[in-house]
Design a protein. Sequence first.
Length: 345
Amino acid sequence: MGLFRRFSLSRDMGIDLGTANTLVYVSGKGIVLQEPSVVAIDQDAKVPLAVGEDAKRMLGRTPGNVVALRPLRDGVIADFDTAELMLKHFIARVHEGKTLVSPRIVIGIPSGVTGVERRAVEDAAKEAGAREVYLIDEPVAAAIGAGLPVAEPTGNMIVDIGGGTTEVAVLSLQGTVLSESVRVAGDELSESIAQYMKKVHNLVIGDRTAEEIKITIGSAYPVEDDTIMEVRGLHLLSGLPRTVTVKAPEIRESMSEPLAVIVDAVKRTLERTPPELAADIIDRGIMLAGGGALLKGIDTLISHETGIVVHVAADPLSCVVLGTGRVLENFQQLQRVFSSRTRNY
């Protein structure tokens, strides 16, 4: 029995089921998979052609009978069947096709999701082969993964900027004291760039190009940087392909509205924080996690707007999945994170 238990434990998984990327942590092994949350499906045969990185390369480049889908939108499942298919694929890849033991799975989800949305994640994981499914709020998982002392009676503030949602939370004693979730994050930043290119430069660009611009020359706060970038797209007036040159300051300006929404969410959470915990946050600072934390200058912007020092996690992309993994490996000590309830002040 001991051998069987050790074998089953080794297969237990933590999953960051993200809008942009899915990461999988296997107990005892660490992060074993990091792939885009994209599935390419042949609509005629109703079968998947590719999942993950291979499918992402097909976005915007598929023939009529093939569609590349992102089954999650704004941090929640938008296409249940495709999400289930994607989960099954990733679980099978991690386990190399072995099906002897169904895994226990811990999944990070946005704190603002509804009961129906939670049930959709649980059902998708169970249909994909999970033995038990536990859901953990993404900001709690991100804080654990970033190394914040969430078990201590001190205030910790985490801002997790993902692809579909930005999660802001104040944590103490393994619980969420208060939190806010806004469905504005990396996708909206990319979308605002695409809209700007269309409006100002009459250039239509795809999601991948917009994301590339954001990563290459995007910034959230003015820096001494005159970086320029050549962008290729379809010219609206002529209908022909064209290349235009854009500068870093105009891209920063194009993202100002969604960035303001994120900053306002941080401010609102700070305003509602109890005084003792607010004092802890002033001392310790705010921790940034998620892919959005990699945007140049976003820590400086939030620090400038709040007056509190802001830190970026050592590995912001992996914080949530590392948190789910640590919960798996310290299951008895950290069980309370699954049943925490938000209290409003």
